[in-house]
Write a protein that binds this ligand. Sequence first.
Ligand SMILES: [Zn+2]
Length: 424
Amino acid sequence: MDTVASSLRCFEECHPLELFKDDGLQTVTSDEQRKVERSIQNVFSTYQQMHSSPQPALLREQHYQYLKKGLRHLSDAYECLDASRPWLCYWILHSLELLEEPVPASVASDVCDFLSRCQSSRGGFAGGPGQHPHLAPTYAAVNALCIIGTEKAYNVINRDKLLDFLFSVKQPDGSFVMHVGGEVDVRSAYCAASVASLTNIITPALFEGTQHWILSCQNWEGGLGGVPGLEAHGGYTFCGMAAMVILGKEHMLDLKALLRWVTGKQMRFEGGFQGRCNKLVDGCYSFWQAGLLPLLHRALFTEGDSTLSLTNWMFEQQALQEYILLCCQNPAGGLLDKPGKSRDFYHTCYCLSGLSIAQHFGNRDLHHELVLGRGENKLAPTHPVYNICPEKVGQAIQHFHRLPVPEGPRAEAATGETGAMDQL
Ligand SMILES: [Zn+2]
């Protein structure tokens, strides 16, 4: 393991040369960028004044206390996430597994009971008990249950009904709507592919045409937009690429163009990532963008690219760790978007996930660690496709692959529909 202690990139004399240059054209965007850089410069220099030998520390105990409390009690500020409750379970449980903090069996069992109440009689999971099923909380609930990884957790998932739900949101062009009557975007393809592959319910018809639809979301920038024709965006690009990896079709994408786009999204001065061109750095893209690099590395490796590194991803891993550890930690626990913003469980999950990606290169067979600061900063690795720890992915796949793949919608249903069409 390499530990980096003495020289921080952000303290190098030439670091200010990385500040944004507006080429004499002042815009609202350039003003905002300058403001953020100034606030980050303040954070860096305050830290430098206080520490003669820099050892950025991950505030493990504070994050743990913040997360532990969130599993049992949320403040009024979370009322707006009433339709995203399985997400809160996932964000907290994944953050805890990255910190290698076990969840007491009684809490895990209560989470299973709660998620079971979120499962719809139509299949799939809703944002809360009694709400309509939706692909996003379905993804979060399945991930949360796989993190818990007990027999009780696996048994919450009604796989036959889940497959019915996935078919109910599948569109003829290969895309998926987020919920019946809802919007189409590339998140839905990823959520569907993720839960279907983890629980072993993929039938030949389920993802028919999906790869072509995802491919049509890659635009001239190299990244993917939410739907064909939209601007490339980190969250959607991750979803599209990860879905293609699950479907075994990642080579259909222009991988080199994607690589060029994503590496250009790491901010020169801040060290973190922006989500789109001309946007500001944000801690959550530490996962959505940096998480693409392991997927790209593997895809290019299987294509036979002999120039790939065997020790590092193709982004500045140290710079990202500096940004997360110095700029994204709330001293009372929890992580955040950028200095001045408040903490929340979403940013805590994705900052920690990005930190884990930046610390661990490779997989079980070929592994190289680069941990900024003390050894205690090291997090558990995360699986770059599902964003849960790799052994939990392995356990879930092992469990569900012992069970038969459900049949999916019956042929009579389709015949019945044709009959109805004939009568028109
Ligand atoms: Zn964010």
